[in-house]
Design a protein around this ligand. Structure first.
Ligand code: NAP
Length: 469
């Protein structure tokens, strides 16, 4: 990104801010959308909040994010507060207006958008919130707004759950929220199942072997489980939910979407789900989040191989979104390492040098201690040594397709040198036949993708991996 005289500034204020992932989210979004914006973290010491907000205003900042411990304390220094943020009583995003900053809460819309993306609807549902802290309060307001059928707040300290229930019931004019003591979960009505939102800090790194409710019997009541914790990516709560046969999700997409919604408010750009998936993959990659976790834990890496047009990149992105694992492209890694494009490597150093780079990269990947998804260059498996290395790197999935499908998918694409000839379909057939044995020889799984959408491919691969686990 080039910073020039027109670059607008956004940032995060809080204490501490040193472990934030927000710069990775916003600077990636700025680059992808072409918005001339830079995002920085600002550590604001206790007592300096008012000056920080006024200073950012005076310096013509486009906006700010606000994190702990200032989400409520910042409100008196704002020109205006959005209705939802006022109801929740916490602001995490400031947007510049003519006279000062307007405060929004994007945490809850972020959680809601994450749930929609994960296929979870709360309307009419019976939902349990575990915990009664600041976030649990906001979740209760969000669930009430989205017309959940029943909301129960279970907390270790009953009085805090009672306080939230009283406030939210008064806000919505009906007895929608029921407080309960956490330890008395067995008194929940028999035969009911619930969506459960885990909003305590229990299970967060480094105490990853704890869950707020440990008894397996509780998890028989769980229809789906959403843990707002995302470090680790798979919490003990999630494992218990999955163990009882229900779906479980972590809070990483909520974090991502609160950032995306803030970016949309600042810039007026709408971020589609495809770009959200790219940000997600990039943040996981840049921050190293999720190393060594997920369904692939015992399977090492997942490597997607196949001919051009098979969908290795797009399926890789979808899988990253689904399995919550970082995705990388071996061709891009080689370009980054070499400091030049693949065409330049071919032109200046020749194909053998490029294949040597692929081999060196695979050797490196096979020795890395953590798991990722890789979309692998189309020609990589041709070398026997590479096929052996691919197998050592992890589970190899061959996305197989017919030459006619390749041609249909790529015929408008002028960027493929291979297709610039008199008989491109004939050339595709010839090359695919030459590579067939290599692809099939190193694949653990072969998936025929001609009639599958990107989503269907990702779902099928995830299903196969789950069965193999
Ligand atoms: P908070 O205000 O400090 O509340 C903590 C809650 O956890 C309280 O209800 C507390 O119960 C309960 N708790 C703590 N230790 C417990 C234990 N050993 N057993 C049972 N309950 C226990 O925290 P918060 O700000 O609401 O944050 C809650 C969670 O949301 C955190 O894990 C945070 O990481 C997560 N979060 C995620 C995102 C995201 O983007 N994904 C954003 C914000 C927050 P008592 O009342 O009895 O003390």
């Amino acid at each position: 990104m080039v910073i020039d005289g027109r670059t607008r500034t956004c940032g995060l204020i809080g204490n501490p801010v040193e472990h934030t992932m927000s710069p990775a989210i916003h600077n990636f979004l700025a680059e992808k959308t072409g918005v001339n914006l830079a995002y920085l973290p600002f550590h604001v010491e206790d007592g300096n909040l008012e000056k920080a907000v006024a200073g950012a205003w005076g310096l013509n900042f486009l906006g700010l994010n606000v994190t702990v411990p200032y989400k409520s304390d910042v409100i008196p220094y704002l020109e205006e507060v959005d209705e939802l943020a006022a109801r929740i009583g916490a602001v995490n995003t400031l947007v510049r207006t003519d006279k000062g900053f307007k405060g929004y809460n994007t945490d809850m819309p972020g959680l809601y958008r994450a749930m929609i993306s994960d296929g979870i609807s709360v309307t009419g549902e019976k939902v349990l919130i575990l915990g009664a802290g600041g976030v649990a309060r906001a979740v209760a307001v969000m669930l009430a707004e989205k017309k959940a059928g029943e909301i129960r707040i279970l907390n270790r300290t009953l009085s805090k759950a009672e306080e939230i229930a009283k406030e939210v019931n008064a806000m919505f004019g009906r007895e929608l929220v029921i407080p309960m003591e956490l330890g008395k979960w067995a008194e929940l009505p028999q035969g009911e199942v619930y969506g459960v939102i885990q909003a305590t800090k229990v299970g967060m790194f480094p105490k990853t072997e704890e869950a707020v409710i440990e008894e397996e019997a509780f998890y028989k009541k769980v229809k789906w489980g959403y843990d707002l914790v995302y470090n680790p990516m798979e919490t003990k709560f999630m494992r218990l939910v999955k163990g009882a046969g229900a779906e479980a999700f972590n809070g990483f997409k909520m974090l991502l979407y609160q950032g995306i919604i803030a970016f949309e408010l600042w810039t007026g750009k709408e971020i589609c789900e495809e770009l959200a998936a790219e940000v997600y993959a990039s943040v996981l990659r840049e921050t190293g989040t999720g190393k060594g976790e997920s369904a692939l834990e015992r399977k090492k890496n997942l490597l997607l191989i196949g001919f051009m047009g098979a969908g290795k990149t797009t399926v890789g992105l979808k899988l990253s979104w689904k399995l919550r694992l970082p995705v990388e492209d071996t061709d891009k890694l080689i370009e980054k390492k070499a400091g030049m494009t693949i065409s330049d490597i071919f032109r200046e150093q020749g194909e053998v040098a490029f294949r040597d780079m692929e081999t060196a990269l695979l050797r490196e990947i096979s020795q890395r201690p953590y798991q990722r998804i890789f979309s692998v260059g189309g020609g990589t498996p041709v070398r026997e040594e590479n096929r052996e290395l691919l197998k050592q790197c992890g589970t190899v999935v061959y996305l197989r397709l017919k030459p006619e499908t390749v041609w249909n998918r790529l015929k408008g694409d002028d960027s493929r040198p291979l297709l610039r000839c008199e008989d491109p379909l004939g050339k595709i057939r010839e090359l695919m036949e030459a590579r067939r044995v290599a692809y099939e020889g190193c694949a653990d799984v072969i998936l025929d993708v001609d009639d599958l959408s990107v989503q269907e491919c990702a779902d099928k691969i995830a299903e196969i991996l789950e069965e193999k686990a």
